[in-house]
Design a protein around this ligand. Structure first.
Ligand code: NDP
Ligand code: MG
Ligand code: MG
Length: 304
């Protein structure tokens, strides 16, 4: 796993370019504002006609264009509308409007990996996918940090796509935390798997389940509704009930005290095995890149 930092990126590259952010939702808001504050002077936000986000974008001091205008304007066009609408938007607007030799960028690989979008061959195609929701990408940047990003290339006719991607990732703060080089396939599989089978615990911590669902992508939210019940199904609920029963009838306590009478032999063995699990090693590396997770945990413990 290759990890890049700000020192490996040339921020001036993205500063020299016209950057069009399409959409101003969870990610669009964070990318546009972070890039602007990193010194990218020509950042515009492409919005649909009558968008309710227009006033917010203008209040942030950013330029609003309609999407076609933004597509024509950008040397780099970052697609930050919902995944399920990107194919249509590319076909209807971007395909015919983007500049020859421009770069088309994504924050998630689904549409490219599954060939829902087949970009024009003259376009560089890269992904900068922050591993956090937009409000965290923004707030970490504002306090001088950043959210780790995945970087991947799908197409590199200019020969410069990686440099541009690194520079973009650095501009949104990713280079302060770590920019991890990966592939579209790997990002898609790990991202969808992560959001469908694991609870997004830190977001639930912050704002409860409803807020968690608001700040994640529609793709993640749909995966949550449709796949979540296949992870936690009737069988899981039944097993949870037997665990609760064991607590209530004292069986758990009896077992645990007996383990202690035996000098915690099997407890210590299980602890040693758990510490050797590869998840621990990977987890430690990732947590080092995401200090706010550790802080949330510390704050929460202090309440107990
Ligand atoms: P949001 O759902 O928050 O963004 C919605 C934006 O898209 C809004 O500005 C909205 O416009 C605009 N939009 C919606 N429908 C249309 C349409 N028909 N035509 C034009 N614009 C439209 O998206 P996210 O930020 O969640 O996701 C964007 C990308 O980032 C996705 O690829 C996602 O997978 C990826 N991603 C998301 C993460 C997250 O935590 N949310 C994390 C990492 C990657 P309006 O303002 O007018 O309503
Ligand atoms: Mg996702
Ligand atoms: Mg959402």
């Amino acid at each position: 796993m290759r990890v890049y930092y700000d020192r490996d990126a040339d921020l001036n590259l993205i500063k020299s370019k016209k950057v069009s952010i399409i959409g101003y939702g969870s990610q669009g808001f964070a990318h546009a504002n972070n890039l602007k504050e990193s010194g990218v002077e020509e950042v515009v936000v492409g919005l649909r006609p009558g968008s309710t986000s227009t006033a917010k974008v203008e209040a942030a001091g950013l330029t609003v264009m309609d999407i076609e205008e933004a597509a024509r304007f950008g040397d780099v066009v970052m697609m930050l509308t919902p995944d399920e609408l990107q194919r249509q938007l590319y076909a209807d607007v971007l395909h015919g409007s983007m500049k020859e030799g421009a770069a088309l960028a994504f924050a998630h690989g689904l549409n490219i990996h599954f060939r829902l979008i087949e970009p024009r061959p003259d376009l560089d195609v890269f992904m900068v996918a922050p591993k956090g929701p937009g409000h965290t990408v923004r707030s970490e940047y504002q306090r001088g940090g950043g959210v780790p990003c995945l970087l991947a290339l799908a197409s590199d006719p200019s020969g410069n796509a990686k440099e541009i991607g690194l520079s973009y990732a650095s501009g949104i703060g990713g280079g302060r935390a770590g920019i991890i080089e990966t592939s579209f396939r790997e990002e898609v599989e790990t991202d969808l798997f992560g959001e469908q089978v694991k609870l997004i615990v830190d977001l639930m911590y912050e704002g409860g389940i409803a807020n968690m669902r608001y700040s994640i992508s529609n793709t993640a939210e749909y995966g949550d509704y449709t796949r979540g019940p296949r992870v936690i199904d009737e069988g899981t609920r039944e097993r949870m009930k037997t665990i609760l029963a064991d607590i209530q009838n004292g069986r758990f306590t009896t077992e645990w005290m007996t383990e202690n009478v035996a000098g915690q032999a099997s407890f210590k063995a299980m602890r040693a095995r758990a510490a050797e699990h590869p998840l621990e090693e990977v987890g430690e590396r990732l947590r080092a890149m995401m200090p706010w997770i550790t802080e949330a945990r510390l704050v929460d413990r202090s309440k107990n």
